[in-house]
Design a protein around this ligand. Structure first.
Ligand SMILES: O=C(O)CCC(=O)C(=O)O
Length: 272
């Protein structure tokens, strides 16, 4: 990873924890976007699971230059830390007029971790317009435990977003986010290059923490999303508190005393 990276702020990481992804719109330079199509057509070299980035993506390779863009490198380091390994990478295409959408799913198989997460990078080398089958994402779904395609029967959820973006956009997503490629009704092939990164260090205070106590952090962590039911929606805030405690290294962090209250287990008093 390069030295000129741009680390995320605490408020940005809190937004990632709340909504499950961050968008970096149009940050990849035009020349790299143009090169991408040839690279995808030629096929990506296979990468064995768990390969360190420098070995997976040799110096000068397309993927290496992509992940070393300062804003990408900084965001990745802020979320998964230095020296992550590559889980896998793949180019997802939505063919013109293909007639169907991909079912809603999460990429993790069965993942019970509460104190670590993988980050998935999605890169779009071309502009994605409304009819091109942009990736559907359900904001705030990443901490709601499902197993891979359990959500496949859901057609639409309030607040879901179907990606439209300028060329050169990168999304960084928590591995648990519910998502799916939409139907491409256009005449254009839509490409998305995905790389999944596994952390190799504890994900504790990896970002620029100078704004850690800024009220914006709590505001981000307390956001709700339109598909949340009143009661289980609260569970999502609780899940975020637990994750923020780990990430910030502050075991007492709380919102409205929710986590503190339910962890109160007074010891049996000895009767004299
Ligand atoms: O093509 C897309 O937009 C999403 C595909 C994807 O992420 C997947 O198949 O897991």
């Amino acid at each position: 990873m390069p030295t000129t990276r741009q680390l995320l702020s605490s408020a940005q990481v809190a937004r990632f924890v709340a909504q499950g992804f961050l968008r970096l719109d149009g940050i990849v330079p035009r020349e790299l976007n143009e090169e991408a199509f040839g690279v995808f057509a030629a096929g990506l070299p296979p990468v064995p699971y768990g390969t360190a980035v420098p070995k997976a993506f040799p110096e000068g390779s397309f993927a290496r230059r992509l992940v070393e863009l300062p804003s990408v490198a900084g965001a990745l380091e802020s979320l998964v830390g230095p020296d992550p390994t590559v889980d896998h990478h793949f180019v997802h295409t939505r063919e013109p007029h293909e007639g169907s959408a991909q079912p809603l799913h999460a990429d993790a198989l069965i993942d019970l971790r509460t104190d670590a997460f993988d980050v998935q990078l999605m890169y779009y080398p071309q502009e994605v317009t409304a009819d091109m089958g942009g990736t559907l994402i359900v904001p705030g779904s990443h901490l709601r435990r499902i197993n891979e395609s359990d959500t496949g029967r859901y057609q639409n959820l309030r607040g879901q977003t179907r990606l439209t973006c300028p060329a050169g956009t990168v999304l960084l997503l928590h591995h648990g986010i519910w998502h799916g490629g939409r139907r491409n009704d256009s005449d254009t092939v839509r490409h998305m290059y995905k790389i999944r990164f596994n952390p190799t260090v504890p994900q504790v205070r990896l970002w620029d923490t100078t704004d850690l106590q800024d009220p914006a952090v709590r505001e981000e962590l307390g956001r709700t999303f339109p598909w949340y039911e009143p009661a289980t929606g609260r569970l999502e805030i609780h899940n975020r508190i637990r994750l923020w405690r780990v990430l910030s290294g502050d075991p007492d962090f709380d919102i409205e005393y929710w986590a503190t209250r339910i962890s109160n287990r007074p010891a049996q008093r000895s009767h004299a």
